[in-house]
Ligand binder design. Structure first.
Ligand code: C5P
Length: 227
């Protein structure tokens, strides 16, 4: 089953660079961008703000009803709003990332977010990044990329990203948290992190973001016109 508009699905573990690549490929093609991880982070944050215990079943209700909005800032950066309050920075902490990974293993939360994510498929097309874009959300995507990188490279990238944002981080602690999150994401019963059978894998360990973007855009040129 093909999507109504072209979809490029980019899946991979944390720190593989999929967010940067997806955002810039979307910009280059003039497509919409779905940062699906932000939705799980928003559920984690909204749940914590409501006083829920990490992973409590009430998160499904939060996922279905939370008032969220995405925007683009003056410097082209992603803006994320929860109940009209900007939380772009707040959702990027490792603490919220861990809450996100816990709520993400709840099938009811995933079900509540399905339609919200599918609503991003709009003209002229969508680039969606996450863990299950090519396997569950958009199985008919015209192009599926599975972006990986060594655990060391991924931990170092996250470290630099968080440091650039002025957050206080420790590389060893961060590596451990990333390893735990990867393990939970890859072994959960619903929508685990796996490459779709028809995904093209790119190992970005020794590639710059520019090089990955160029490869994806080259693939997009053939895959989107062949349909
Ligand atoms: O990609 P990001 O680090 O923002 O995602 C945060 C968490 O949300 C992941 O660790 C994963 O557990 C969950 N997630 C998911 N499915 C997606 C996107 C993110 O389960 N499509």
């Amino acid at each position: 089953m093909s999507e109504a508009y072209p979809v490029i699905a980019i899946d991979g573990p944390s720190g593989s660079g999929k967010g940067t690549v997806a955002r810039r490929v979307a910009h280059s093609l003039g497509f919409h961008w779905l940062d699906s991880g932000a939705l799980y982070r928003l559920v984690g944050l909204a749940g914590a703000q409501a006083g829920l215990a990490p992973g409590a079943p009430q998160h499904a209700q939060v996922a279905a009803t939370m008032a969220i909005r995405f925007g683009v800032g003056a410097k082209g950066q992603e803006q994320v709003f929860l109940a009209d309050r900007e939380v772009s920075e707040q959702i990027r902490t490792e603490e919220v990332g861990n809450l996100a990974s816990q709520v993400a293993s709840d099938p009811q939360v995933r079900a509540a977010l399905t339609e919200r994510q599918r609503a991003f498929v709009q003209s002229p097309g969508l680039v969606a990044d996450g863990r299950d874009m090519g396997t569950v959300l958009f199985p008919g995507a015209q192009l599926k990329i599975f972006l990986t990188a060594s655990a060391e490279a991924r931990a170092l990238r996250r470290y630099n990203q968080l440091k650039d944002k002025g957050l206080d981080v420790n590389l060893v602690g961060l590596s451990q948290e990333i390893a735990e999150r990867d393990e939970r994401d890859a072994t959960r019963a619903v929508a685990p992190l796996v490459a779709a059978a028809d995904a093209i894998s790119i190992d970005s360990t020794t590639l710059t973001a520019e090089e990955v973007i160029t490869r994806v855009l080259t693939l997009a040129r053939t895959h989107l016109t062949d349909r």
